[in-house]
Write a protein that binds this ligand. Structure first.
Ligand code: IVH
Length: 706
C-alpha cells in the first residue's frame, strides 16, 4: 500500500475526502466478503483501513460519517437511511486548549463587534457532551423528523429511532409552530457497561466506549433495537424556529427545559474569561462523577442578538468555542520511526509503538510532528522536553487529547538503551530519492520531486478524485493507486484521456482484475460526467498547499470565471501590484495562502499540468446561487470611509453571508458603494461612474430582514 499522509498534517478537507474514500473501500470489501463470498483484501489490510479510519475520526470527530465503518454494528454494512437536508447546517465548534485561547476568544468576539474591554459581554458555560448530535423538527408541537448531523448539511433520517428515546418528547405544549431542537444523544457509563455485559453474554459485538455505543444504537435500521438501548438526550441548541425562543442563550435553554427537554443542569452564566475559566475547573472536577462522558466545556455568547451579528465562519460559529480537557497518558516503547510523504511533499515522521491502551483505545502509531520535534526543539529553535531527543528504542510517553491523534510527548532517559543513537532524519525523500530540503521558516522537510515523486503524485491524484473535489464515482484511492502503479495515469488530466488513450479503454479496463463490463462502463460515464466542473471544485481539486475547500469557494466566487482567475494568478505572480492586492483582499485569504496559490500557478511543471487539465474540461463559473432571497446576492459592494454601526470585519462578513462580493476598490463592476464619513477618492470615483452610493444606515436598511 502506498504511504498515507500523516494524520496529524491532514487538512480537514483531506480528512473528509479520505474518510469518504475509506468508507467506500470498506463497504466494497464488506460486500465482497459477505455478499459475494469473495474477499478482495486480506484481513490485515482490512484492519489497517479500519484503524486508519478510526484514527482520522479520532482527530476530526466532527467528520465522522453517518455511514462510518466504525459505527457499523455487525459485519454487513447498514443499507441506507433516508436523507434529510438540514434547514440550517449543523456546524461544529472551534476548539480551545488553554486559558490563553479563551481570553483570545473573548478578545476576538469584542473586536468583531467593536466592543471595548469595558463593555459587558457575558457567556454561558456548559459541559461538552461526548455523544452524537441530533436535530429534532417539531411542527405544531408534533415531532415530525429527527436527523443525525451527517456531513452537517445532509443527515440521516432516524425519526423512528428518536421516537424510542425517553428523553425526547413526541409532543410539545405551547411551542413555536416550527421548532428544531438540537442536542446530544449519549449513553451513561452505567448503561454502557450493562449493555456491553449483555452483548458479551450473547456473543454479540461490544463497544469501545459510550460514544460508539450511542452512535451504534441510534443508527439501527430496526428501531426496535434502538428502543432496547438506553439512550439519553440533552438539548443545547436549535435550528429553524418560527418565533424566537428568547433573547439570550440562557433563557432559550430555560425555554427548552420548560417545553419538556432535558438540559444540562451544570449550565452557568459567566461574566467574562475569569469566570469562564473558573467554571471550566469546576466542571473538570465534576467530570468523574457526572456518570457520562464529557470532553470539555462549551462557551457561547449569551446575547442572541450578538450571536446573530457574529455569525459563522465556514464550519464553526464565531460566537462559541469548545474548551477541551487535556490529554490521557501512557508509556510504551518506540519500536521504529516511519517517514510518510504527503500530497505536498511533507516528510512526516510516524512513531511505531509497542501497542498500548490510552484512554480506552489501543494505540500503535503516533505522530512525531517533524525533525525538530524529534531532536527536542520547538519551531523557534528553543528546547522542548528539556532538550531531550527521541530515539528508536526509547521508553516514551504517549497521549491523546480526547479526539486528537496520539502524540509522543516525553521520553524517560533513565530507560534509554545504552547503545541507542540519535535519530538521523532523512534528507532525501524515502519514496523517490529526491532531495528533501527544509525551506527557511518551514518546520518540515519537503520532497523536491514534485510530480516525479510517486508518493506526492498519488496523494495528489487521490485528493483530486475525492469527495469535495472531482468526486468521481468508482475512482477512489484504491483505483487511483492501481492505475498509477500500472502507468495508466500520472496526473489529473490523464483521467480524462484514459478512455481515448487506450483506444477502446473500456475493453482494456473490463479485462482487468476487479473490473467488469458494467463497472468499467460506469467509470467512464462517471469521468465524462465530471468534464463539466464548478470552478471551486476545480480549484480545490488542484490540491494546492493551504488552499482548502472553504478558501477555494471564496476564491472562485471572487473571480467568478476560470479565465479571469487564471489571468489574475499570472498578474499576481510578482507578489505585488493590483492583482496581488486584490487576491489578498478576499476575506479569508492571507499572505501564506496567496503565496502558495500564486506560486503553484507560476511553477512551470505545475502550470503545464493545470493547463492540460483545464483543456479537458468545461469549467463552470462560480455562482452565489445558494444565497436566495437576499437583496444583495451577486452584487459587488465596496466599503469606504469610517463605519460607525459595525466594524469593517462584521460589515464584510455580513455582506458576504448575504451573497455579496466585497471588493477593495471601485470599478465599473461595482454595484454599491457604502460610504461612511470621511470617504475620499472611492466615493468620487463611484459618483463619476454613476454607481449607487449608500450611507451605512441606508445599507443596513437595505439588508434589513434579509
Ligand atoms: S453547541 C453551532 N453545545 O460538540 C454549534 N455542542 O465539537 C452548536 N456538543 O457538533 C453546537 N455538547 O455535537 C454545543 N453543550 C454543547 C455540546 C455540543 C456537545 C457537540 C456537538 C457539536 C460538537 C462540536
Amino acid at each position: 500500500m502506498n504511504p498515507r499522509t500523516d494524520i496529524e498534517v491532514l487538512t480537514e478537507a483531506e480528512a473528509k475526502a479520505e474518510l469518504a474514500d475509506l468508507a467506500n473501500q470498506l463497504a466494497a470489501a464488506n460486500d465482497a466478503y459477505h455478499r459475494e463470498d469473495a474477499p478482495q483484501i486480506s484481513d490485515a489490510e482490512y484492519d489497517a483501513l479500519k484503524q486508519r479510519n478510526a484514527a482520522i475520526e479520532a482527530r476530526f470527530p466532527q467528520l465522522v460519517r453517518e455511514d462510518s465503518p466504525s459505527l457499523q454494528v455487525g459485519a454487513v454494512p447498514l443499507a441506507g437511511f433516508g436523507k434529510i437536508t438540514h434547514s440550517i447546517p449543523m456546524l461544529s465548534l472551534a476548539n480551545a486548549f488553554d486559558s490563553d485561547d479563551i481570553r483570545e476568544f473573548d478578545t476576538s468576539v469584542r473586536k468583531f463587534l467593536g466592543l471595548g474591554p469595558e463593555a459587558d459581554l457575558s457567556y454561558t458555560a456548559e459541559p461538552k457532551i461526548d455523544g452524537l448530535s441530533l436535530s429534532l423538527r417539531y411542527e405544531n408541537g408534533k415531532l415530525i423528523e429527527a436527523a443525525t448531523r451527517g456531513d452537517g448539511r445532509v443527515g440521516e433520517n432516524v425519526t423512528a429511532n428518536a421516537r424510542t428515546i425517553d428523553d425526547i418528547p413526541t409532543e410539545l405544549d405551547d411551542a413555536p409552530k416550527v421548532l428544531e431542537v438540537r442536542g446530544e444523544v449519549y449513553m451513561s457509563h452505567a448503561d454502557f457497561e450493562a449493555l456491553n455485559k449483555r452483548q458479551a453474554a450473547r456473543s454479540e459485538k461490544t463497544f469501545a466506549n459510550p460514544r460508539n455505543a450511542a452512535a451504534g444504537s441510534l443508527r439501527q435500521l430496526d428501531a426496535g433495537i434502538t428502543k432496547s438501548r438506553p439512550l439519553r438526550f440533552f438539548a443545547y441548541a436549535w435550528g429553524s424556529v418560527s418565533d424566537p425562543l428568547a433573547t439570550t442563550q440562557m433563557a432559550a435553554i430555560e425555554r427548552l427545559r420548560k417545553l419538556g427537554f432535558r438540559t444540562n443542569p451544570a449550565t452557568r452564566l459567566c461574566s467574562g474569561p475569569a469566570e469562564m475559566l473558573a467554571n471550566y475547573e469546576e466542571i473538570e472536577e465534576q467530570r468523574a462523577t457526572l456518570g457520562y462522558d464529557i470532553d470539555g466545556v462549551v462557551y457561547k455568547v449569551n446575547d442572541l442578538g450578538l450571536q446573530g451579528r457574529l455569525g459563522f465562519r465556514s464550519t464553526t460559529p464565531r460566537w462559541a468555542i469548545a474548551h477541551k480537557f487535556p490529554a490521557e497518558l501512557a508509556w510504551t516503547t518506540l519500536e521504529g520511526i516511519d517517514i510518510q510523504v504527503g500530497r505536498t511533499g511533507a516528510l512526516s515522521p510516524v512513531a511505531r509503538l509497542s501497542p498500548v491502551t490510552v484512554g480506552g483505545v489501543v494505540v500503535s502509531n503516533a505522530t512525531l510532528h517533524n525533525e525538530d520535534y524529534i531532536a527536542g526543539l520547538d519551531s523557534k529553535g528553543g528546547e522542548i522536553r528539556g532538550g531531550k531527543d527521541i530515539r528508536v528504542g526509547d521508553w516514551v510517553q504517549v497521549y491523546r487529547a480526547g479526539d486528537v491523534i496520539p502524540k509522543v510527548a516525553d521520553v524517560d532517559l533513565a530507560k534509554r538503551p545504552e547503545d541507542s543513537k540519535p535519530y538521523d532524519f532523512p534528507t532525501k525523500c524515502p519514496e523517490c530519492g529526491s532531495e528533501a530540503p527544509r525551506e527557511p521558516g518551514d518546520a518540515v522537510r519537503r520532497c523536491s520531486g514534485g510530480l516525479i515523486c510517486p508518493a506526492q503524485a498519488v496523494e495528489k491524484l487521490k485528493h483530486f478524485v475525492s469527495r469535495a473535489a472531482f468526486d468521481i464515482d468508482g475512482l477512489g484511492a484504491k483505483q487511483v493507486e492501481q492505475f498509477y502503479s500500472d502507468g495508466w495515469i500520472a496526473e489529473p488530466a490523464d483521467i480524462f484521456t484514459l478512455q481515448s488513450r487506450y483506444g477502446d479503454g473500456l475493453q482494456q479496463l473490463k479485462n482487468r482484475e476487479g473490473w467488469g463490463e458494467k463497472s468499467a462502463k460506469a467509470l467512464f460515464d462517471a469521468i465524462e460526467d465530471k468534464r463539466k466542473i464548478p470552478l471551486r471544485r476545480f480549484l480545490f481539486g488542484l490540491g494546492i498547499r493551504h488552499v482548502g475547500e472553504a478558501a477555494s469557494n471564496l476564491i472562485a466566487l471572487h473571480y467568478g470565471e476560470w479565465a479571469i482567475l487564471d489571468q489574475a494568478m499570472r498578474d499576481a505572480a510578482p507578489k505585488r501590484g493590483a492583482a496581488w492586492d486584490d487576491l489578498l483582499g478576499i476575506d479569508g485569504v492571507g499572505v501564506v495562502m496567496a503565496g502558495s496559490l500564486v506560486g503553484a500557478f507560476a511553477q512551470e511543471a505545475e502550470r503545464a499540468s493545470i493547463e492540460r487539465l483545464a483543456a479537458e474540461l468545461e469549467i463552470l463559473p462560480a455562482t452565489r446561487s445558494d444565497v436566495t432571497g437576499s437583496p444583495v446576492a451577486g452584487k459587488t459592494v465596496v466599503f469606504t470611509g469610517a463605519l460607525e454601526l459595525m466594524t469593517r470585519a462584521e460589515a464584510k462578513a455580513r455582506a458576504e453571508r448575504l451573497g455579496a462580493k466585497v471588493a477593495g476598490s471601485v470599478s465599473a463592476k461595482t454595484d454599491i458603494l457604502i460610504a461612511g464619513p470621511r470617504a475620499g477618492s472611492k466615493a468620487t470615483k463611484a459618483a463619476e461612474l454613476g454607481i449607487e452610493i449608500l450611507d451605512e444606515a441606508a445599507w443596513l436598511a437595505l439588508l434589513d430582514g434579509a
